[in-house]
Design a protein around this ligand. Structure first.
Ligand code: GDP
Length: 364
């Protein structure tokens, strides 16, 4: 599955957000730096209105959303790359994630200590980014040293690796995260394999005060500007509200949201933003038994998409009967879409589109 790491300085609201996400008390929130020591892992459903609409048309007995994983990663402090705080553990945990949700303190509350005694989310973002870049620099230098002998022996793979590491090093030494390096498509796999921290896509989570959840505040506006400049995204949530909502029944939660002037829970936006950040797409399988969403990365061909369900589907792939989501809705289900000529038989080369309703035919 796909993993998003929740990171941020101590006391910014990571655990509160994680708790709300997973509705567990496992990651204890407390006004205390380093409260979250072990990485806490939570599986969440990715909310998708389309799935409910498909299920309604097909009278599916069960609705099964696709899921993604959030990891609450232990508090980072300035100097983590030099082993301060829980630095090394933090960095190891973050290496294993596909993307970073960076929680930034955008709420004012004198009762909650800020590690640097001020609320400045843009400076906080830089603090963390700097630690990621320093950690990368150290690992790049180590790895390049380790390649020296192979390079002398003209090892082709070592050469390729060293070339990419040098590109990352150059960027970081010029104060740019490695994610700003432009990589040729044929190098992408090797580049990803380097697992540099500052290449992970970033989503800023602005944690604002309870009364500011709908509009944000001056702090979240500053973050929005920074994110836009970097080409990163941001969402505004109030972790405290989200935690309260997570304890309510669905109906109560909706009333509460509308009282607060919110259209949907911030967590739903956060989860979806994470999904988008990872360039993930969803296709559906729909029948009377169940309507189910499946996650693929953008650009996945039909056999590999089938393989997400079962390896046999990929190995024995024959073709996929495919209906675009809009057609499925417009013609009121499979039968209608079929009669309208909107059910396509797609072969091995078909690139699955977001929202496709698919039925795979395969040899066993
Ligand atoms: P972490 O160290 O980043 O995981 O932060 P926590 O989630 O443990 O939160 C630290 C403290 O800040 C706790 O006492 C929370 O109740 C409090 N807190 C979290 N979010 C908010 C918020 O939006 N407003 C206010 N006033 N306090 C918050």
């Amino acid at each position: 599955g796909f993993k998003v790491g929740i990171v941020g300085l101590p006391n910014v609201g990571k655990s509160t957000t994680f708790n709300a996400l997973t509705k567990t008390a496992a990651a204890q929130a407390a006004n205390f730096p380093f409260c979250t020591i072990e990485p806490n892992v939570g599986d969440v459903a990715v909310p998708d209105d389309r799935l409910d609409k498909l299920a309604a048309i097909a009278s599916s007995k069960q609705i099964i959303p696709t899921r993604m994983t959030f990891v609450d990663i232990a508090g980072l402090v300035k100097g983590a790359s030099k082993g301060e705080g829980l630095g090394n553990q933090f960095l190891a945990n973050i290496r294993e994630t596909d993307a970073i949700a960076h929680v930034l303190r955008c709420f004012d509350d004198d009762d909650v200590t800020h590690v640097d005694d001020r609320v400045d989310p843009v400076a906080d973002a830089e603090t963390i980014e700097t630690e990621l870049m320093l950690a990368d620099l150290e690992s790049i230098e180590k790895r390049r040293q380790g390649l020296v002998r192979k390079l002398k022996g003209n090892d082709k793979e070592a050469k390729e690796q060293d070339r990419l590491l040098a590109m990352a090093q150059e960027a970081i030494e010029n104060d740019r995260p490695a994610r700003t390096v432009e990589i040729d498509p044929e190098d992408e796999k090797l580049w990803k394999g380097l697992q540099l921290l500052s290449t992970k896509p970033v989503l800023y989570v602005c944690n604002v005060g309870e009364s500011e959840a709908a509009e944000g505040n001056e702090h979240s506006t500053a973050v929005a500007e920074m994110a836009a400049k970097q080409g990163n995204t941001h969402v505004i949530i109030s972790a405290q509200i989200e935690e309260e909502i997570s304890q309510l029944e669905a109906e109560e939660a909706e009333m509460f949201l509308s009282e607060m002037g919110l259209e949907e829970a911030g967590l739903d936006r956060l989860i979806r933003a994470g999904h988008d950040l990872l360039q993930l797409e969803t296709y559906f399988t729909v029948g009377p038994k169940e309507a189910r969403a499946w996650t693929i990365t953008k650009g996945t061909a039909a056999p590999q998409a089938a393989g997400v369900i079962h390896g046999d589907f990929e190995r024995g792939f024959i073709r996929a009967e495919t209906i675009a989501y809009d057609d499925y809705i417009a013609f009121n289900g499979e039968q209608g879409a079929k009669e309208a000529g909107k059910m396509r038989a797609e072969g091995k080369g078909y690139i699955v589109q977001d929202g496709d309703v698919m039925h795979f035919l395969f040899n066993t």
